[in-house]
Design a protein around this ligand. Structure first.
Ligand SMILES: Cc1cc2nc3c(=O)[nH]c(=O)nc-3n(C[C@H](O)[C@H](O)[C@H](O)COP(=O)(O)O)c2cc1C
Ligand code: SF4
Length: 466
């Protein structure tokens, strides 16, 4: 059934390079296996099955593909961490939790091109030696889960799943596991705990690196939806040719999800690093909203540190260093890291000069306070304290020491927790306060004490004391 939210026939922007999203919004396209196969689908699986698994991994290594789920870790290198002398089952998990605020790409792949994902999973499972793969899909994607179930049934009927796939000795089953609606289930070890039927408390690394001690303490490869789709294209092009897309160390294409105060928010697939932040905002997104100026950008999902318009950064350009402004930042992993933030999950949140940064941070803090799994004290308590402080700043009860307290709470979370959620919730506070100190100071005059805007905020302020 056609989904009215998709615009069939919508043309990609001329500066896009659509590979993963080739079929998204494509006229006459549907999610069936018949359409996919008519378009050459499952050809790359056939190609991979004629190769040795290690040779497939070598192609992925040669491609330079880096994970699109957040950390940007090289996919082939991760696969290589499975112990060579392993005699336990190996699992592959497709992370379809897509819960990072600002990120909305994986859902379109699942909805409109599910067989591309299944083909990527099958090739990857073959390469790493997994006979069972799971797709962990977030609770909030019920239609996505149904679409994937249907695609799996189609693939099974076509003998692309089960034993003797395409007449070879390769066997593989893919199962869907629906989450129960928690952001922390996107963190790979929390996801694994959840898949085992437990509360999703992340595991400490080391020793629990999934490639060594993952699902049921067996070697497990966890990859993002988009990363797994790229594997199919690496097979189609060959690793070396794929590596020519994008820029060295930042190869291939990636999907950027732009939201916020631009004329045309949406998803755009670009060659990594071939476009700057300014080009993304001005050309692809049609610029800022009418009469508004750029104030700040969160470049890689809500966990990424905020960048302020007008600031400058020093990045490497070959052997030299150069100073650039926010609009000049190439949209790639290394440049965004050099500018003090990260490419993360590709969720670019653009803010204009109408935004109150204390309000924005409060919005983010509210999310993290709600989503902390509660396992470690700094994160469980600190995320809530940061929310409560920004709550009371906004309700007029802020005190001068709040700015310092906020930063101190953030500093005492980052680096002191079991999983990277600690950094994810501390970095917004640390960066927003460092970059917009005047906005936070503005909310510390206690001008409206006693006139809290809502009962929840009033309780929170009272609980904090001075
Ligand atoms: C708090 C937290 C939430 C995460 N959420 C997601 C998510 O929703 N989807 C995802 O693919 N990766 C998420 N990640 C990253 C995963 O832990 C893991 O690195 C990723 O799935 C690996 O895939 P990749 O190498 O293909 O990027 C999250 C990480 C953290 C710390
Ligand atoms: S850092 Fe936060 S989310 Fe991660 S394990 Fe600790 S309490 Fe849970």
């Amino acid at each position: 059934m056609a989904d009215p939210r998709y615009i069939a026939g919508k043309k990609p922007h001329p500066r896009e390079r659509r590979m993963i999203f080739r079929n998204v919004d494509r006229s006459g396209w549907d999610a069936s296996i018949a359409t996919y196969r008519k378009d050459g689908g499952y050809r790359e699986l056939k190609k991979a099955l004629k190769m040795k698994p290690a040779a497939v991994t070598d192609e992925v290594k040669a491609s330079g593909l880096r994970g699109r789920g957040g950390a940007g870790f090289p996919t082939g290198v991760k696969w290589g961490f499975i112990p060579p002398d392993n005699n336990k089952p190996i699992y592959l998990i497709c992370n379809a939790d897509e819960s990072e605020p600002g990120t909305f790409k994986d859902r379109y792949i699942i909805h409109q091109d599910p067989h591309q994902l299944l083909e990527g999973i099958l090739i990857s499972s073959y390469a790493v030696g997994a006979k069972v793969a799971y797709i962990y899909i977030r609770e909030e994607f019920p239609e996505g889960a149904v679409i994937l179930e249907r695609a799996i049934e189609e693939a099974r009927t076509a003998k692309l799943l089960g034993k003797k796939i395409l007449g070879t000795d390769f066997e593989c089953e893919i199962y869907i596991h629906r989450g129960a609606g928690a952001y922390i289930c996107g963190e790979e070890t929390g996801l694994i705990e959840s898949l085992e039927g437990k509360r999703p408390y992340p595991r400490i690394k080391p020793p629990y690196f999934p490639a060594v001690l993952g699902l049921y303490m067996c070697p497990t490869i966890v990859n993002n939806v988009e990363s797994l789709c790229h594997v199919k294209h690496v097979m189609a092009m060959g690793g070396k040719k794929y590596a020519q897309l994008g820029t060295p160390r930042n190869t291939g294409t990636r999907i950027l999800c732009v939201s916020g105060d631009v004329q045309k928010p949406g998803y755009f697939e670009i060659e990594v690093g071939k476009l700057t932040m300014g080009e993304l905002i001005e050309d692809l997104c049609g610029g800022m909203k009418k009469g508004r100026k750029l104030k700040a950008v969160i470049p890689g999902g809500s966990s990424a540190k905020v960048l302020r318009a007008g600031e400058t950064y020093t990045i490497r350009d070959g052997d030299k260093e150069k100073t650039i402004g926010l609009p000049d930042i190439p949209m790639d992993f290394d440049s965004l890291a050099a500018c003090g933030s990260m490419a993360g999950s590709g969720g670019v949140i653009v803010m204009d000069d109408s935004r109150d940064m204390t309000w924005v941070l409060n919005n983010i803090n509210t999310f993290y306070a709600h989503e902390s799994c509660g396992q470690c004290t700094p994160c469980r308590e600190g995320s809530l304290w940061m929310k409560k402080i920004t709550d009371r700043m906004l309700s007029g009860g802020g005190v001068p020491s709040d700015v310092e307290t906020l930063v101190s709470v953030g500093n005492n979370i980052a680096g002191r927790t079991i999983c990277a959620f600690g950094e994810a919730c501390a970095w917004p506070t640390q960066s927003f306060v460092a970059k917009f100190p005047e906005e936070f100071k503005k909310h510390t005059s206690r001008r409206n004490i006693g006139k809290a805007l809502n009962p929840e905020t009033k309780t929170a302020s009272a609980g904090l004391g001075d």
